[in-house]
Design a protein. Structure first.
Length: 127
């Protein structure tokens, strides 16, 4: 199957050697998003809720560019240097997703790019 590179200006541009997303058949692999605004630069200002919302907004923009939405996400991975923020991730996630919810993992990590407090990546199915 051919792969299609997904790119949008409505999410931060890749800050390394990767694509915002790659579509293979009806599956879309969304790269990790940190709380950067689409224009890039510095991490979004504000509390942890604002950072989590920015990550979901970024993922949503990439999902839309791929022809889907967050409702098409079948797997979500959440990376947190501080797992005490996980209940807040659940709370904010409920604002972006409806049942049936995607499969999900939450992983405690030592550090994230640019010193971010949260990163998420996803797999989306458009079939």
């Amino acid at each position: 199957m051919a792969k299609e590179i997904i790119k949008t200006d409505n999410a931060p541009q890749a800050i390394g050697t990767y694509s915002q997303a790659v579509k293979v058949g009806t599956t879309v692999y969304l790269s990790g998003q940190i709380p950067l605004p689409p224009a890039g630069g510095d991490l979004v200002a504000g509390d942890m809720r604002a950072q989590i919302k920015q990550v979901f907004d970024n993922l949503s923009a990439v999902a839309t560019a791929a022809g889907g939405s967050l409702q098409d996400v079948v797997k979500l991975n959440v990376f947190l240097p501080d797992l005490s923020h996980f209940p807040l991730v659940n709370e904010v996630m409920a604002e972006y997703f409806q049942e049936p919810y995607p499969a999900r993992a939450a992983v405690g990590v030592a550090a994230l790019p640019k010193g971010a407090d949260v990163e998420m990546d996803a797999v989306m199915d458009l079939s």
